[in-house]
Design a protein around this ligand. Structure first.
Ligand code: 2P0
Length: 316
């Protein structure tokens, strides 16, 4: 396909997201087809802005800097664009900017591939349906399927081999009082990326056999919690789901422990806060940082314990 004449229009934006029921494990590594469905909350204005334009030769710019042609990220981006334009089409300049505070230690692949898919859709005038956009974003990075939407989002695992029924959909519920706190423990690049971590867990951890059951049960509870605005059920389910995922990681060989001593200290501080009456829960991904869940009414109390925490309002 060729670029549209008005293709340089506006940069597109996709939010980052945090899973409350995690995606961990693939049944197809080429297509990023998950073993289980997952459910996330998008981080409003935190995410990735991307724009494509016509160029002499392919260029990838990240946060204002041009990347070397053989840079790992640049290669992945261009390969992804090749899926849609074929090999002999017009060269493009890709400009992408993350406003996710690096201090929060959040991954940007979810919002990155969602924004790239939206930019491609606009630039080449593809007019894909939302479900197709989500399924293609998933092929860039699994969690990107969920970053096409704001608010609560569910990625249905799907059952077909071609993956076209494995896409995310927004849930129609809003929860204006809900807050997500980003607590940084370390921003050092992780030793084992999610892709290899998942594969290692699936291949070596017998404990992983229980994960699809845990995820299915948690997904049910989250639906109930969201429909009834039951914060306790939401928080308890998200925290247990994250710890269950980490249990399968730890039970892999070689072991995968994404936690730092400060991660454990933060968990204990959260349990202490809960014991003293402040309702706050945490979730964690493939890294040492914590994401906290609490209500607006408890923001001050949580901030007192975690003064450097960045607070996101997903629904305002
Ligand atoms: C999630 N994570 O649901 C889970 C929880 C990390 C832990 O999705 O291999 O970058 O590109 O499909 O999406 C991070 O994995 O992995 C992730 P790929 P992705 O948010």
């Amino acid at each position: 396909v060729e670029p549209q004449s008005d293709a340089m229009a506006e940069p597109v934006f996709a939010p980052s997201n945090i899973a409350l029921c995690k995606y961990w494990g693939k049944r197809d590594a080429e297509l990023n087809l998950p073993v289980n469905s997952s459910l996330s909350i998008s981080l409003a204005h935190l995410g990735t802005k991307t724009q494509l334009s016509v160029a002499e030769k392919d260029e990838v710019w990240l946060n204002g800097n041009q990347l070397a042609a053989d840079d790992k990220f640049a290669v992945k981006v261009i390969r992804y664009i090749d899926l849609f334009r074929g090999d002999n089409s017009q060269a493009v300049k890709v400009e992408t900017e993350n406003n996710i505070p690096t201090a929060a230690g959040l991954a940007s692949s979810a919002s990155g591939f969602a924004a790239l898919m939206l930019a491609i859709n606009q630039f080449y005038g593809l007019n894909f349906e939302p479900q197709v956009l989500s399924a293609f974003a998933r092929m860039g990075s699994g969690s990107a399927s969920r970053s096409l939407y704001h608010g609560f989002v569910e990625w249905q695992m799907g059952y077909r081999d071609n993956g076209m029924d494995s896409f995310a959909m927004p849930l129609e519920h809003s929860w204006p009082d809900l807050r997500v706190g980003l607590v940084k423990v370390s921003t050092a690049e992780k030793a084992v990326d999610s892709r290899s971590g998942m594969n290692r867990t699936v291949d070596t951890a017998h404990l992983y056999q229980s994960w699809p059951l845990q995820a299915a049960a948690d997904l049910e509870k989250l639906h109930q919690a969201i429909a009834n605005k039951n914060f306790t059920l939401l928080g308890e389910t998200a925290e247990q789901n994250a710890l269950s995922m980490h249990a399968t990681m730890i039970a892999s060989w070689p072991p995968l422990l994404y936690w730092q001593p400060d991660s454990v200290a933060a968990m204990q501080a959260i349990w202490q806060l809960r014991a003293s009456g402040t309702e706050v829960y945490f979730t964690m991904d493939a890294g040492p940082n914590l994401k906290l869940l609490f209500s607006a009414a408890n923001e001050a109390a949580v901030k007192q314990q975690f003064p450097a925490m960045e607070v996101v309002c997903p629904f305002t």
